[in-house]
Design a binder for this molecule. Structure first.
Ligand SMILES: NC[C@H]1CCC[C@@H](CNc2ccc(C(N)=O)cn2)C1
Length: 245
């Protein structure tokens, strides 16, 4: 999987993406990360990438040419891939988007700053928009890193034993089950007995039941979307009987 990021702050991307499983995946070559700075493609010696908005108003707008030249430089190397603009007016990222992006061999992510990007750049070069939620942050870089992290986790080998991605309850369309580790008693609180029973089948069943119960309680909309088979319904009924809800 190759990510190309068009951004005025390449160091922001490279430093944050260098940590943890994703950083190791980049070191191991499972994920490739290349940044393209529009300022390197500015048409004047001042490195101008923005200018005042036509029609007046506060703030600055990102100019077409430096962005277009950076995107075309990215397109010119490696194989084709969609150009995705991180923007609050895109569809909200969900597991479906992450899954389909993970099937691409390459994605070019466009990060905006200032008040916005000249609309003609979007018309000329952007294939799709994506939003990470209904709020505005000061640049597209953090949203781009959220997308890259979520997608990279689905690349085979990135999470070590691949099943931990599948085990990730959200991959099942459910919220996560509770996690515990040593010490066995802390602040007077113990660990659910099944988890120290050594019965792996019982543990797996308990975890699924917890994920179902928590999803029903906190995000019933996810449950409606996912649907349950008979065994899952029985587990959920038992959970609700036990938790009185
Ligand atoms: N006019 C606001 C707009 C101008 C151009 C740059 C963007 C960067 N900020 C972003 C980007 C994406 C998201 C999101 N929800 O995915 C939030 N914030 C902000």
């Amino acid at each position: 999987m190759r990510f190309d990021v068009v951004t005025l702050f390449p160091e922001m991307i490279r430093s944050v993406m260098g940590y943890g499983v994703i950083g190791r995946a980049i070191e191991r070559g499972l994920v490739e990360l290349v940044t393209w700075n529009p300022r390197d493609y500015s048409r004047d010696r001042h490195g101008t990438v923005d200018d005042r908005p036509y029609g007046g108003g506060p703030g600055m707008v990102m100019k077409v040419e430096p962005l277009r030249d950076a995107i075309q430089a990215a397109r010119a190397v490696s194989e084709p891939g969609p150009v995705i603009y991180l923007s609050p007016d895109g569809p909200t990222l969900d597991g479906g988007h992450v899954g389909s992006l993970a099937e691409q061999s390459r994605v070019i992510l466009l990060c905006g700053r200032y008040e916005g990007i000249d609309e003609r750049l979007i018309e000329l070069e952007v294939d799709a928009r994506l939003s990470i939620g209904d709020y505005v942050v000061s640049g597209g870089e953090l949203p781009a890193m959220v997308v890259m992290d979520a997608v990279a986790r689905l690349v085979p080998g990135v999470l070590g034993h691949a099943e931990s991605a599948a085990q990730d309850a959200f991959a099942e369309g459910l919220l996560d089950w509770p996690h515990y580790t040593r010490p066995e008693t802390v602040a007077g609180r113990g660990v659910p007995a099944v988890l120290t029973s050594g019965d792996h089948q019982a543990v797996a069943r308990w975890r699924l039941q917890q994920a179902l119960g928590r999803t029903q309680a906190r995000r019933p909309d996810l449950l409606d979307r996912r649907g349950l088979d008979e065994q899952e319904q029985a587990l959920l009924d038992a959970y609700r009987a036990e938790h009185g809800n």
